[in-house]
Design a binder for this molecule. Sequence first.
Ligand code: ATR
Length: 276
Amino acid sequence: MDKEKVFAVFGNPIKHSLSPVIHAAFADQFSISLKYTAELIESHDFEDSVERFFAAGGCGINVTVPFKSEAFQIAAKASQRANRAGAANTLLSKKNAIECDNTDGAGLVCDLKENLSWVIKSKRILVIGAGGAAQGILEVLLKEDPAYIHIANRTKSKAIDLARQFSDLGSVEGAGIDDIASENYDLVFNATSAGVKQEPLSLPTSLVNEKVCCYDLAYGSAPTEFINWAAERNPMGLTDGLGMLVEQAAESFYLWHGVRPNTKLLLNQLRTNQLS
Ligand code: ATR
């Protein structure tokens, strides 16, 4: 076996991250020897922590809440999709320079199409939130040709700015959360960090009925408030972010190791608590 390679996911909070389990399972598929840990990073210490990690011989970092924008900013070079998002979830060190990529969008679309068979084309889409998570999925969603995407955010100006950044790719508008009550949507994505931070997310009650499918980009050890709220309205058309988590991890794994793991088996094992 080759020398053990070292990887980590950086975030805050990070305790319940499944990324170490996912990457260990992928590595087993190819007999790759690796160590992958979850690291709690203080908000002022992200850049130094990244530099220390790579200086010590680390091979790659996944980045989660709240560091995706900062990860993009500190990288010397960015992939096309990270550039478009202005946010990164994957860091690599090449020739002593930090490079970044964003596999979130690819992970989401793979989960929607391959695992869930949800159709995006011609759908009326709402994305709630305008932070790093929303930035990472807008390009791929717009490329699937929805009827339109509305971005609704607690801070309205951020939604409007974000919509402007992506307006060359399709019909996309920004609004405040209170402005969306009377719209009819087919798909609603929660891209806020409210669930991860265990904060309340206040949404108009009329937003979701039995015809609206909901997707929470977040995944945690317990259902988020958004998942519980949506389950009361349409329990059949609802999913959390576990599929996206596994698929974006597979895409990061490919960037680091050059091989594509089988995600279906692992997703099934995680859904049925065969791994923890
Ligand atoms: P990340 O980059 O990881 O997505 P972020 O940049 O902090 O994290 O963005 C988090 C998003 O969740 C933002 O859109 C934030 O809204 P604001 O721009 O108004 O801060 C949203 N968010 C976080 N907590 C929220 C809450 N309790 N209710 C509604 N929106 C929330």
